[in-house]
Design a protein around this ligand. Structure first.
Ligand code: M6R
Length: 364
């Protein structure tokens, strides 16, 4: 049942405020002031490092979480795609907690990577949407994401629910390790609780996003730029667009632009810049200027303050609500998904069943 939507993907995008609200509720203490993990829990004071492994969209959720665990909790994090991790056979030492993120819980490479860590890692944790899945069954600690059934091959609500659960884990780590005070944690948690309302506001931007997508549908190549925690989101945005619109899309860390990719820029290449007005904004804007100076067509996705400070030369600006910088990846996922969706709709591709792709990749 598509609930009145044309595609499952549209329905699943629209469900995000609700399912993220569910995920938050499941991991909040009854007074709402702290994060509670299910048994047997995790002793963050003893963890030396996290090794996070996943594929596709779940991998980009892990890369985002690396920024959070390192910045908020001071825990070193390694992130790998499962197909590389399993054959590289890296040393996994005691003191390492291995985290496997998978919507289906059945991805062959992720499961094989998990089995490689059995008996080596201190603890095996999985972040899954399907709690009865193979990956969940073989984990010491299972953190369900509560996204509900996801049917569209392009993952949307599972991604933002993965981010929500990983962020709450990082906040719990920050609190247990004494890196953040009780007040700071409560401030972040109350900002998180306001996310469903903010995401609803972002979902109200369908019209301008549909309008720019008609132009994007004509492009052959599209670049995404982001810095800091927006870099993994840029990678996820490019994957989403590739999967369902079949347009070649790549993401670069904004600061890498001048190390090569800038050679690609001309008036035919739309460049989508994901840049909330955070502490890295000025640097991203200066990278954006470099694109504009080469006639690149910039679509800037930012907030009110960012829109004012960025100047007038961009092709289009999409203005999102302002949020605590740690929450930006969750919020900015919405326009990234809607751009991919409307571009695919404009091209007339099969949005829910894109060519060559399967929902769950159970063979390597
Ligand atoms: O079920 P999983 O989360 O383990 O799946 C991982 C990837 O196959 C998946 O995220 C894939 O990249 C999606 N089609 C992305 O939209």
């Amino acid at each position: 049942d598509k609930g009145g939507h044309k595609h499952f993907m549209a329905k699943e995008i629209a469900e995000q405020p609700t399912v993220i609200g569910d995920a938050i509720q499941h991991y909040l203490s009854s007074n709402g002031n702290s994060v509670v993990l299910p048994d047997p829990g995790l002793d963050f004071t003893k963890i030396e490092r996290l090794t996070m492994v996943a594929c596709g969209t779940a991998y980009y959720a892990c890369v985002t979480a690396k920024y959070w665990f390192e910045q908020l909790a001071g825990i070193p994090v390694e992130v790998d795609v499962a197909s590389e991790f399993r054959y590289r056979e890296p040393p996994v030492t005691k003191g390492t907690v291995a985290v496997f993120v998978s919507q289906s819980g059945e991805t062959a490479d992720t499961l094989a990577a998990l089995r490689f860590c059995e008996g080596k890692a201190e603890q095996i944790v999985s972040v899954v949407n399907v709690p009865e899945s193979s990956i969940a069954r073989e984990s010491d600690l299972v953190l369900p994401i509560f996204a509900g059934t996801e049917i569209g091959v392009a993952s949307t609500k599972a991604f933002t629910c993965q981010l929500t659960v990983l962020l709450m884990m990082a906040l719990k780590a920050a609190s247990e390790r004494g890196v953040m005070s009780k007040d700071e944690i409560q401030g972040k948690l109350s900002a998180l609780r306001s996310m469903p309302g903010i995401l609803n506001a972002a979902l109200g931007l369908q019209d301008p996003l549909r309008a720019v997508s008609r132009k994007l549908a004509e492009a052959r190549d599209i670049l995404f730029l982001g810095r800091g925690v927006m870099y993994p989101l840029a990678m996820e945005a490019a994957l989403k667009l590739k999967e369902i619109s079949y347009i070649h899309a790549e993401a670069y860390a904004s600061g890498e632009l001048k190390h090569g990719p800038i050679a690609l820029i001309d008036e035919h290449v739309p460049v989508i810049v994901l840049a909330p007005r955070d502490r890295l904004f000025d640097k991203t804007v200066s990278n954006m200027q470099e694109v504009l100076a080469r006639s690149g067509q910039v679509l800037l996705i930012t907030d009110q303050e960012g829109a004012v400070e960025s100047g007038e030369d961009v092709w289009e600006t999409i203005v999102l609500p302002e949020v605590d910088p740690i929450l930006s990846p969750i919020l900015y996922a919405i326009p990234a998904q809607l751009l991919a969706y409307y571009t695919a709709v404009a091209k007339g591709t099969d949005v829910d069943q894109p060519r060559n792709l399967a929902k769950s990749v159970t063979v390597e």
